[in-house]
Structures are given as C-alpha cells and as structure tokens.
Design a protein around this ligand. Structure first.
Ligand SMILES: [Zn+2]
Length: 256
C-alpha cells in the first residue's frame, strides 16, 4: 500500500492529508510491433508515475498519483490489419481532461501534472484550451521528450514505437508480457513527399502504410539494463520537479 497512490488509499487517509499536487498519467491501448503488449504505454507511464511519485513523496512532496487514462488517440490505426486499438479522439480527451481538472479544482488541488506516455496524445493544445478557464496550474511531461540526451547515450538505434527504447523498458519492467523473439525489424516506410520525409512538413501518418507490423525502430539491441538506466534518469528528473512543484507557493505571479 502506497500513501501517494489514490487508487490504493482510503477516504479516511486521503481527507486527513493536505495534498499539494496531483499527477494524471495518459496512456494508450494499441499494438506495439509483434512482441510487446497492447498495454505497453500504460505499463510504462504507470511505472514512471509510481516511481517518480514515490521518490518525490519520500523527498517531502505532498503529491498524489491519479489512475492512468488507458485510452489514447489512435485514429490513424484503424486500417492496421487485425488490430484492436482502443482510440478516443482529441476532443474526447479534452472532455475527460476538462472534467478531471474541474474535479481537482473543486476539491482544492491547485497543481496538476499531466504525465503523457503516448505520442498521439497531444495535450499541450488542450492545456491552452483550459488555461484561462481554470485556477489549476497545469503542466505537461511527455516523458519521452525529457530524455533526448540520455537516450543518445543508452540506445544504439533511435526509433519511435516499440523500438529499442520501448522494448528495453518492457524487458525491464513487464518482462512476463514480452515476446522479443517475435519482433519484426520495425522498418519505417518513407512517404512519396520529400518535405514530409525530411520533417519539414508534418502529417498524421496512416500507421498501416508507415510501418510493417506497427513497429517503428529496430528493437533488436534492446536489453533490460538499458530500460532500467533510462527509467532512473526519468525518475530523477521528474521527482525533482515534483518536489519543487509541491513546495512552490501559488501567488498571482506563479510560476514566475
Ligand atoms: Zn508505445
């Protein structure tokens, strides 16, 4: 039983504490190449949330981990043969976020970190949508964006989806659900538009055309110790931020 995990706690305990900040994780339920479970993004973001909040709580932060939103935006997955992605639209995600922010605000939580683990969930525009309507301070961590420097050191083959990084996290934190011998090479297909391939122009990629079996990035060099190393970096950075956030005074100039 962990004091900082809302789902594990009683009303008696929760109401006896003064909570400064909450963490709301966002995942997805989608295929990950042929070797990782559909719940990959949820397992990863759960693990990150639990460890970061544990460390922050031990460091004095009054931070509470909320349950993970298990459905993400996968509107570009519907033509992947045989797939069963459970997709919501960005509008639905906005509605969920709006209601949960409102719940926090009415029950005195004034700081909320959105901890996102799925590339299709673009939460920043949703924060802008709510910015002038709520007193809750919203901040966002797309965890895969906070470790560009560490990833370069740890991983040999950069990728995007069910790649060496995600596979290493799976081997480290949910090995019983992994089938590494079934992985395909995760080769990404270029489009016929040069500027798109160069990254100058962005599109929503139809995943059945962009990939072979939904993987993007070669997972063959994955290893559990690489996953553990990466998680240590994420937890260190995130826990440090949560301690700072929890202790910060909310005046009219906050966070400046
Ligand atoms: Zn993923």
């Amino acid at each position: 039983m962990h004091e900082w995990i809302l789902a594990e706690q009683t009303h008696a305990f929760i109401r006896s504490q003064r909570w400064e900040a909450a963490v709301l994780p966002f995942g997805a339920t989608e295929p990950h190449n042929l070797h990782m479970p559909y719940g990959t993004d949820n397992y990863q973001v759960d693990e990150i949330g639990r460890r970061a909040c544990a460390k922050a709580y031990a460091g004095g932060a009054k931070v509470l981990l909320l349950p993970t939103m298990p459905f993400g935006v996968n509107t570009n997955y519907f033509q992947v043969p045989g797939a069963l992605a459970c997709s919501v639209t960005p509008t639905t995600l906005l509605a969920v976020l709006t209601d949960l922010v409102d719940s926090m605000e009415r029950q005195s939580i004034r700081k909320l970190l959105l901890l996102n683990g799925h590339g299709g969930n673009e939460l920043k525009p949703l924060m802008r949508e709510l910015h002038h309507r709520t007193k809750v301070f919203l901040c966002l961590c797309d965890w895969y964006r906070m470790i560009a420097d560490a990833s370069k050191e740890i991983f040999a083959r950069p990728g995007e989806h069910a790649d060496e990084m995600e596979t290493s996290l799976g081997l480290a934190f949910f090995p019983e659900l992994m089938k590494p011998e079934q992985a395909d090479p995760g080769k990404a297909q270029p489009t016929r538009l040069d500027a798109v391939n160069r990254g100058w122009i962005s599109i929503t990629r139809p995943w059945h055309l962009a990939t072979t079996n939904t993987g993007m990035g070669d997972p063959s060099a994955a290893a559990p110790e690489k996953g553990r190393r990466l998680l240590d970096v994420i937890v260190e950075r995130l826990a440090g931020f949560l301690v700072e956030l929890s202790a910060a005074t909310m005046d009219e100039r906050f966070p400046y």
